[in-house]
Design a protein around this ligand. Sequence first.
Ligand SMILES: NC(=O)C1=CN([C@@H]2O[C@H](COP(=O)(O)OP(=O)(O)OC[C@H]3O[C@@H](n4cnc5c(N)ncnc54)[C@H](OP(=O)(O)O)[C@@H]3O)[C@@H](O)[C@H]2O)[C@@H](O)CC1
Ligand SMILES: [K+]
Length: 519
Amino acid sequence: MHIVTVAEMRELEAQADRQYGLSSPILMENAGKSAADIFMAHLLPHHSMNGLEVLFLIGPGNNGGDGLVMARHLQEAGAFINLYYWKEQRLRIRDKDIAEPEVAKTLDEAIKSADYIIDSLLGTGRSRPLSEDMRALLKRVQQERKSRAELRIVAIDLPTGLNADTGAVDPGALHADMTITLACPKQGFFFFPGRDYLGDVYIGDIGLPADLERDLPTEMLTTNLVHSLLPERRLNSNKGTFGKVMIFGGSLPYPGSIFLAGSAAARVGAGLITLAVTEQMLPIYASSLHEATFAILPDEQAGSFERAKALIAHLEGYRALLIGPGLGQSPTTREVILQVLEHLRALPEEKRPRLVVDADGLNNLSAMEHWWTLLPENTVITPHPGEMGRLAATKVSGGDISRLDLAREKAKEWKVILALKGACTIIAHPEGQARINLLANPALATAGTGDVLAGMVTGFLAQGVQPFDAASASVYLHVLASTFVSQELGHAGLLASDLLPQIPKAINRAAVNAPSYPD
Ligand SMILES: NC(=O)C1=CN([C@@H]2O[C@H](COP(=O)(O)OP(=O)(O)OC[C@H]3O[C@@H](n4cnc5c(N)ncnc54)[C@H](OP(=O)(O)O)[C@@H]3O)[C@@H](O)[C@H]2O)[C@@H](O)CC1
Ligand SMILES: [K+]
């Protein structure tokens, strides 16, 4: 499922017309029908279409046109339809025009009695700030929504006032409970503050041929996509089939990280997990992660050469290596990393373990000049905004659109697969493609969840999944796993280790059930 800018959406529509004769009226019919179908499939459980009161706010452009088509279908299905034409200030209540002097009062009554209010005022064609009278109308709707918990607001294509390219919002923008977007999700959905205005997102099929989208550079992570990226699990397998993972990390102040990463690699299905730690750390892990094996490294005093040599000696036969969780930052650690990277770069591709660098691996790297030239090809890095800021020597925003440009630019410059973490994580490929996760869960904003993600990526790499795909699948499944935890706990209080048993369930969900977007 590709993500579009407004210009790309217009180009798709123009091509659909030129190449397939799908004119604007045809697409609008499809859009309204599809929005009606999605709406009816997601009614609140106590509602039925018979006698449902639906108020449509109709705008002056094609977004309003979509609303009118949808209204016709809902009426045919038994709903009572009220239409407010914003530009003309005209109101129709159940097929009857309201006399002009009565419009304001009757509109207010229609707002008060609506079960659903459909926002089809403006879509991708909004070209300037909202007018004061439109803001006043939206404010009235928002106020009604606050006072009546059972009222639902449904945005067609996008909530009016949201910038479909950037996610910026007009001060009058409407918060939707549900957004039914047409053809493709819009780029602005993935950035803040816009993301918070969408509610649940559904994508309405308007019949655009799939091949028109093929060359678009940005994709949304969906269950379908992730399903196609998961490694095969053949019956005739042994632990060698699913690859060996080595993790270099763990230090006295941060003992938990490597445990989380190692467990997560196992939870995505890697065959064997080895933790490369000093003897001093061993008792901590041996009693908590029974399934792991250990590569015992000499401690800091032994010097970097001896430590690197021991790690390199263990690497043979390993398909994936994660450097970083809880590793700490010291000059000898940095030296070890340098020597291991040199070793990896010298190996032929087929013998080289795939590399993931996270956390202190990244912090150590960012202290080295031109660090990206030290990485072997196809390395995955998974920085959060703070780590990204250190790597790029710039300030990195938490969630606005500048993240996408930065991720693309740096993945290309550094020749890495870059997962820039945050709400709506971006995965950027050095050749310019990007994938973005619409799923976000504030419960993940807690210590250790990044270690889990890095471990998952490494575990998929060990199973032979390509780096861009391993990062993509992990990002999606990581949030999906967190939503399973949140179904029980809510959106706070999650421990990173709570994610671990949910990871196989998330994989199972992606493997078995493949809707375009999870409900
Ligand atoms: N084309 C297709 O094939 C398909 C299109 N589709 C649908 O069409 C939507 C895009 O349609 P669109 O381009 O007509 O834009 P839309 O968002 O309805 O608004 C434009 C109107 O609003 C006006 N206006 C602008 N800013 C304003 C403001 N601040 N305050 C007030 N008015 C403002 C502007 O007027 P003007 O600037 O001329 O004064 C113009 O009249 C898209 O989101 C999707 O829903 C789908 O069905 C798929 C097929
Ligand atoms: K809208």
